[in-house]
Design a protein around this ligand. Sequence first.
Ligand SMILES: NC(=O)c1ccc[n+]([C@@H]2O[C@H](COP(=O)([O-])OP(=O)(O)OC[C@H]3O[C@@H](n4cnc5c(N)ncnc54)[C@H](OP(=O)(O)O)[C@@H]3O)[C@@H](O)[C@H]2O)c1
Length: 317
Amino acid sequence: MRVAVTGAGGRLGSALVKQLGEASFVREVLAWDLPQHDLDDPASAGRLLTRFRPDVVIHTAAWTAVDDCAQQPDIAMRRNGAAVGEMAEACVSAGAALVMISTNEVFDGLRTDGVPYRPTDRPNPLNAYGKSKLEGERLARAAYWAAGPDFGAAAMQPDIARDSTIPALAIVRTAWLFGIPGSDFPQKILAAARQARAAGTPLKLVSDEIGCPTYATDLATAITQLVRESNVPHGHGLGGIHHIVNAGKASRAEWARELLRLAGLDLQTEDVPMSTWPRPSTPPAWGVLDPTPLPGGPLRTWHDALADYLRLLPTGA
Ligand SMILES: NC(=O)c1ccc[n+]([C@@H]2O[C@H](COP(=O)([O-])OP(=O)(O)OC[C@H]3O[C@@H](n4cnc5c(N)ncnc54)[C@H](OP(=O)(O)O)[C@@H]3O)[C@@H](O)[C@H]2O)c1
């Protein structure tokens, strides 16, 4: 297979390029990023698909700065919404499958029953980033749905197709990604912990935002298996909405405390509500995803993944 990865220099994109490059079922990996692939250019996806003809595109590129998205929602819609629709249409025209990466922020996080969100739960994003990613999901489905029998969509009921399976389109929702090249929550907490320790003040940690910390390396492994299975006769197939996160859940405070423990950083912490730091973007308070079954089985716990990641980081402790 020839597999293209957009956002190839990003956290998830770079992990995918590495793992696909080592996978025996992949003949060639096409690593696309700016300026070759530009979410601001409506013709960009079509040009790349026509020229390189991959079998599968894994679309990780996105405007992920959630607070900037809140301040410039039109740009968020362009990059995370319209550009995904253009990518899906280009893939349909070229006969390629698409894996689109989406987010737990398509949910409002207002549920209080402690039940993780399933792919069949109704999205209702609170913020501009979540709205733009949901629009990307909608436009991707619309492009494959419009393609009809070539992609199997016409064989299904519209309501099933809306929430479930179009064989050549996978929507992968994930959450709270961490991993190389960093600038992620673990690295920010380690820097803040060093500052707090030098100042002799407690480290304030948000305790009322709950999610699923997910290691980009593990997510890349799961997506690689998903793509491999799609190429195997009678395999699992690619299509549908997949919730892929490391096992377990945590508040930001629990995640940070586990990180400090692993890094051997002993300092005082103080739990605070997220309202302590008003932000342009409101995250879902309960952003927990129910992992969908995967060809390679469930991902390991986020604790184990974090311990692995930490071995790669200079802790400076
Ligand atoms: N990070 C999270 O916690 C999280 C959670 C849930 C879902 N997701 C989703 O997972 C995917 C991967 O996230 P990530 O954390 O790996 O993101 P990331 O590290 O921010 O990488 C995003 C990639 O998109 C590229 N990009 C940004 N603006 C672009 C533009 N205008 N045109 C073309 N490419 C552009 C970036 O290129 P440059 O580096 O050159 O700007 C980068 O390669 C995204 O779709 C995101 O929405 C992320």
